[in-house]
Design a protein around this ligand. Structure first.
Ligand code: GRF
Length: 199
């Protein structure tokens, strides 16, 4: 049976694109059955439309109560019934109900070598600026399983880049992002198709 994934994104969606590309070339054997976002007018939505992927914009402010928002979120996901949820630049807390129901089945990619430079407020250029300020000579990206605490779930894969003299947050971010695009689809493929038995 084809494995199903749902992607959550809030921004340009370049990681989402790398996942779409991998499903189209067959290096990632999965069907992307939806994009969930908390924002409209973002690149990720355009990418979904171009590839015939259905989009669900779910915003807490559109619901009267937090419980309504969480229930609606969970109901949508239950209908989509993904094997795995992929966070790709999703900048909103995942409702607890979703975390509970999909425990161990939500992955995120973070642009640093976790546990370094993770946690609340550590996203986008903040991460790369902190790396540059520290004088670290290595940075990279991490794929981890999502838990209730930001960026604290178990890391399952990393890739590295050198921090070069003269790097700015932008140049470092671009180098890390290139690694993200290669790493994330590979890890998703392995995670979805891992063997449960030792042979
Ligand atoms: C990436 O740097 C990723 O590590 C982080 O959010 C960013 C998303 O970028 N979680 P994009 O929208 O995939 O281009």
């Amino acid at each position: 049976m084809t494995k199903k994934i749902v992607v959550f994104a809030s921004g340009s969606g370049s990681n989402f694109q790398s996942i779409i590309n991998a499903t189209e070339t067959g290096s990632l054997q999965a069907e992307i059955c939806g994009l969930i976002t908390n924002r409209d007018n973002i690149g990720a939505i355009e990418r979904a439309k171009l590839h015939g992927i259905q989009v669900f914009i779910i915003r807490a402010e559109d619901f009267e109560t937090l419980a309504d928002y969480e229930n609606n979120f969970l109901e949508k996901l239950e209908k989509l019934a993904p094997d795995l949820i992929i966070l790709a630049g999703y900048l909103k807390k995942i409702p607890d109900a979703v975390l509970n129901e999909f425990e161990g089945k939500i992955l995120n990619i973070h642009p640093s070598l976790l546990p370094a430079y993770g946690g609340k407020g550590m996203y986008g250029q903040n991460v790369h600026q902190a790396v540059l300020k520290s004088g670290d000579t290595r940075s990279g990206c991490s794929v981890h399983i999502v838990t209730a605490e930001y960026d604290e779930g178990p890391v399952i894969a990393q890739d590295f880049v050198e921090v070069k003299p003269g790097d700015t947050a932008e140049t470092l971010a671009a180098r890390v992002l290139e690694k993200e695009h290669a790493l994330y689809p590979k890890v998703i493929q392995q995670f979805l198709h891992q063997k449960n038995t030792v042979s």
